[in-house]
Design a protein around this ligand. Structure first.
Ligand code: ZN
Length: 311
């Protein structure tokens, strides 16, 4: 490996405690969830989306998010991310000490109405209100907007690229720190990743930071590779491939963190994550949600003798 290659880096954000657990049939006890998050952080994962500030009656798995955030921010070096769909949620996230709030903005009308009860442009306006409020606070909190259904929608079907560009441009104008593109239902293919990333970057430049991918069609890692080739270096993933979207029928889990880290490290992209320790964190997931199926090829096959972590 050349010296230049050895300096390659990628950032993995673990979203299992949010995206994964919200679809789980059971509810992970708060105490186990806290230990699970601590184990993921101890494995070197730099960012964890630990929950969402939504009404507990809508998503009972997220009822303990305030307590979970307050615990997670005590873990040294960890960037604590939480989802909030509106200003009130963002205010609660800020009060709990969240480092970065992630606001979902559906590109497709149908998903936006079902998930947020607002049109996409109304949600962009809500993001502008959130940014204005956050900037008025003495304590800083990063604001990320995630363009949901950017690659297709289970309700509306095809999502035109120009619509993704319009929403992303609106979010950049609203003043968010970062924009991510989310394949919420997992319909994307690699050529589409190339096309949409290029189009959005042409509109918003380096504000486009991340990809949030699901493995519904088995193309999750192929899509991550396409993103990597386009210069994307921030990826969401869920331990054991937990995840989905309650308002997107047919959606299965996020890309598997263990498999993503294996791919990135093998290709020379340093993640700072210790793969055996990451795989060991599955034990706590099993303890907290014994009935949940665990996915992932690398954990099943075992780390091969050929594996070398990036320098
Ligand atoms: Zn998702």
């Amino acid at each position: 490996m050349s010296p230049r290659e050895s300096q390659k880096k990628a950032t993995v954000c673990e979203v299992g405690p949010r995206d994964g657990l919200q679809m789980a049939k059971g509810i992970m006890p708060t105490e186990v969830k806290s230990r699970w998050i601590a184990a993921i952080a101890a494995a070197g994962v730099p960012e964890i989306e630990v929950g969402s500030f939504v009404p507990a009656k809508l998503v009972p798995q997220m009822a303990d998010t305030d307590a979970i955030v307050r615990h997670a921010v005590t873990i040294p070096g960890l960037t604590v991310v939480a989802l909030a769909p509106n200003l009130r949620g963002a205010q609660n996230a800020h009060a709990a000490g969240t480092h970065r709030v992630s606001i979902p903005v559906s590109v497709s009308e149908g998903h936006s109405r079902a998930n947020l009860n607002r049109s996409p442009s109304e949600q962009v306006a809500e993001v502008a209100r959130i940014v204005a409020w956050v900037r008025s606070q003495p304590r800083k909190m990063e604001v990320e907007a995630a363009c949901s259904t950017a690659f297709g929608c289970s309700i509306d079907g095809v999502v035109p690229v120009r619509n993704v560009v319009t929403i992303a441009a609106g979010l950049a104008e609203a003043g968010v720190d970062e924009i991510a593109l989310a394949d919420t239902v997992g319909y994307a293919h690699p050529s589409q990743i190339h096309e949409v990333v290029r189009a959005v970057r042409a509109a918003v430049g380096e504000k486009l930071q991340g990809l949030h991918l699901h493995d519904t069609m088995g193309l999750g890692l192929a899509n991550a590779l396409a993103g990597l080739e386009e210069g994307i270096r921030n990826f969401d993933a869920a331990l054991a491939g937990l995840g989905g979207c309650p308002f997107a029928p047919g959606a299965s889990g996020n890309i598997v963190t263990e498999d993503l880290v294996f791919m990135l490290e093998s290709m020379g992209f340093a993640t700072g994550i210790d793969l055996p320790a990451l795989i060991a964190a599955r034990d706590l997931l099993r303890e907290g949600l014994p009935d949940e199926p665990l996915h992932g090829q690398v954990p099943k096959a075992g780390i091969p003798k050929t594996f070398r972590a990036a320098a």
